[in-house]
Ligand binder design. Sequence first.
Ligand SMILES: Nc1ncnc2c1ncn2[C@@H]1O[C@H](COP(=O)(O)OP(=O)(O)O)[C@@H](O)[C@H]1O
Ligand SMILES: [Mg+2]
Length: 317
Amino acid sequence: MKDNVTHKNKKCEVWAVGSGKGGTGKSFITSSIGIHLASKGKKIVLVDADFGAANLHTFVGVGKPQNSLTDFFEKKTPLKDLVVNCGVSDLGLVAGSMRSFEAENIKSQQKVKFFKHINQIETDIILIDLGAGSHFNTMDTFLLADKMIVVVAPELTAIENLYQFIKSAFFRKLRLVLDAHGLKTTFQETWKDREARGIKSLKDLIEYLICVSPQVRDIISREMSDFNLHIVVNQMRNGQDVFIGSSVKSICMKFLGFNARYSGSVEYDESVTRCINRKQPFMVTYPSSPVARAIGKLSENLLEGKEIIIGKNGSAY
Ligand SMILES: Nc1ncnc2c1ncn2[C@@H]1O[C@H](COP(=O)(O)OP(=O)(O)O)[C@@H](O)[C@H]1O
Ligand SMILES: [Mg+2]
């Protein structure tokens, strides 16, 4: 987790997986990355933080665990005591709540405690599967991760919602960081008077703020270079779909000024659904399939901070 929630004995890396829209494949991608990295000797814990539609356990082939995040929030059970084995060595799971326990109901203090507890789990990587959309509790968990991963499917609505999600995340990040530097008023007043100042977009807001003072300019440029966003295109159905990741990447640079990484692309395969319905982890059942190989490449890219390069003919390197 990042320094603004200071943890002295940093033990693990936190990766959070979000998206603008449900159904893009967050849970499938989260669980599959987890299974792949665990098979390569990393210690992984998956955390199901999709409070509305918690089903990550199904993707790793286990029944609904008795205890879930509800026990953490309602009964104060330490998070590390909620980690259950998944039948894959080195892969643990903190199950999500199956009750109608909404992200909206989580209070700020509980959130701080949740972040602290996440960091106390002894493992190499914690992978958090988030609910879709831009609720501020989802956003805050996303923003605190060392790696922020977004999953998009080749559908216009998924792409539109993703852009909205990224904008909201970046906007909230700027606000929080300026608040943390005692510049809350600068941000609030600029935003309040945006019409008078000719600010029509997030890009305009950033350009305006950069000119406020060298301090604000430095803070914003630092946030731009530290904004560690990774793009994953899932459920690709044809050769053209691979370009969606490149487009999202260029939009991030053009309109928000930060360099997102295009970490990987995964094709559509009917066996994914079949495996989920049979409660079989896809990566274990079809380890040599093109989808499993793509997940492998994606996971390695995420580990190493690398990205795929798309040739003119759509082939990915
Ligand atoms: N690469 C894929 N190929 C085929 N179907 C997929 C793939 N990824 C996901 N799916 C299907 O999409 C559904 C939604 O995926 P899921 O991971 O639950 O999305 P989310 O967590 O974003 O809501 C799954 O039930 C599965 O059937
Ligand atoms: Mg899900």
